[in-house]
Design a protein around this ligand. Sequence first.
Ligand SMILES: [Zn+2]
Length: 731
Amino acid sequence: MKIFKSDEYQHVNYLWDDAYADSLDPVERLVYRSNILGDDQRITNTGGGNTSSKIMQTDPLTGAEVDVMYVKGSGGDLRTSKRANFASLYMDKVMQLQDVYDAAEEKGVKTPIEDAMVAMYPHCVYNLNPRASSIDTPLHAFIPYRHVDHTHPNAVIAIAACSNGKELTKEIYGDDVVWVDWQRPGFDLGLVLQETIKANEGIQGIILGAHGLINWADDDKECYELSLTLIEKAARYLEEHDLGDNTFGGAKYQTVSDADRDALLIDILPSLRGMVSQENRFIGTVQYTDDVMAFVNSNDAMRLAELGTSCPDHFLRTKIKPLYVEWDAKTEDTAALLAKLESGIVQYRKDYADYYDQCKRPASPALRDPNPRVILIPGIGMIAYGKNKSESRVTAEFYNCAIAVMKGAEAVGEYVALPRQEAFDIEYWALEEAKLQRMPAEKSLERNVVVVIGAGSGIGVSTALRVAKEGAHVVCADLHADSAQATADQLTKIYGMGIGVAGSGLSSCGPAIGLSVNITDRESVTALLNQVLLAYGGIDNVIVTAGVFVAPDKTGHVTDDQWRFTFDVNVLGGYIVGDEARKIWEAQGLRGSLVLTTSVNGVVSKKGSVAYDTSKAAANHVVRELAVELSPLVRVNGLAPATVVEGSSMFPRDRVISSLTKYNIEHSEDEETDTLRSKLANFYAQRTLTKSPITPEDQAEVAYLLSTNAFSKTTGQIFSVDGGLHEAFLR
Ligand SMILES: [Zn+2]
């Protein structure tokens, strides 16, 4: 077959760099090849596909040269894979597994021996490599070539999921590529490939019906270029047959304006999250790219959506089909849309339970969460759900793939989804269930969106870090946009963006975002919460650490304007946040929590800070009033710190020095601010019962705990984190 030159590809990115590849050892070359294949979404989806190289290695026991297959292991992703993601197996031992398989009385796809073979791979491991082998391992082992690429390219799956896919394969590739009917991946499929290659001398690749592409070569660069060429050929064929405006039967609905779309999304997202989160909370990703809009607006969308996705990778995330809601922005209002979403979801759950009942086998795992993961709305776009942001982006990405596949298939034939029973046998496969069971237990805030207001400094930064550690998605909000963003960047650096490439605008975000807000301005608070909805689809917990202390003049007084400002921030601000978040909590109908930061000064009377102290006394009562107003859905509690000097914006250098002077603590104006602060912190510590400086982390720990189910029965309470100040004891 003629291989395209590096500058001839129009539908895939050619990324091979000889100089770089030649600097790598054979295993690193495999990692490199995998990464550049995975880098292009048109070649393979996140987590989909696998690659292998058979490489001569020295046996650690005998010192002999042995043939070892390195193959992408279970889990992981081609784009981000590293050496550790590849399993390594002695080739001679893997080939001997065929004898074990052949010896079984009953064999073939879905027979007990097929799954039992998975337990044999650890016996073939070279060099104690702990990476578990994937179920696709035999697809690579039984192909008698040194390098194998298995990918899920949209263009090829379009052919593979087409009613006349076999004929199209012949038309596009002649005798170079052969069609193999759909069969669930596993040991038997490996043997089918082996037989197919034996029976068709000289073929260079196989189209796996309803699944993807597998091809090979004895040289790794040739294998890479062959993969690209095969995909390019399919994509060019589809391009020639593109239906243009008639794609998906042409448009039936129109896309609404950007402003209308955002307003509609903000109106429906909280209720929608509540509907799909009846069993488990989900995080959303919104997408409204041209490709998505062409599909959701089309005449054929309802019919095609109902057929479901095809590639086995897809429906594990997207479920067998999306929920498509027929709604027309031109003639119907938001209330009509919400009503249609509600009845659509009820019907979806019923359909899913029916699918389970009709397809289940005696040993099938129990019915899983029956709520849709993908929701399609004409004029607006797609809303995808997952247990966290990364997973919801994967869900969205996979439905994008499904749209591309359906577009191609419908242009050259008729799109055919996997039969329901086949879909079920993948979704409820014992091996998939075992993978789910092996997943680590979820963290306490894993499915939660936590908004931390004041996240640009001091207690707010520590709180953002603390809740992120428990798996929360963290909205870092602060009056200062730059410092809010710095905290969000810090979190993203620690936890990474995750996998999955999808989402429009803010919704393509990772586990943390930084936004600005002025809590004394209701419009600003509303704007903040709206942004959070567009980014994550909902809100679970809000923690306000923002506050202000206006330093009094030498006589111990502040101006009347400073009084008002103090009350605006410390009292009204917390109330506005709770009052605005209430609308979202009520629409979601899910339990939530609000933590307002007050101060022990709220109950200790003293000279020199009357505005601040009375504002905090009022804030304590805001906590109690909101606890009553927001019950039973939302718990509201107060965190009352005392004298947290470290990292606090309330203790600028000037205030530290004036306090040190006031208390006659020895210091010099030349000393570093941090040194001066720790002197003051130690002085304050000595006034407490526990005699230790109080840190932002001490506060963050309590803010975090109050947001979790650990305090699920506690509301309307003020928690002092003050080292023990007997003047502040509540009585
Ligand atoms: Zn595959």
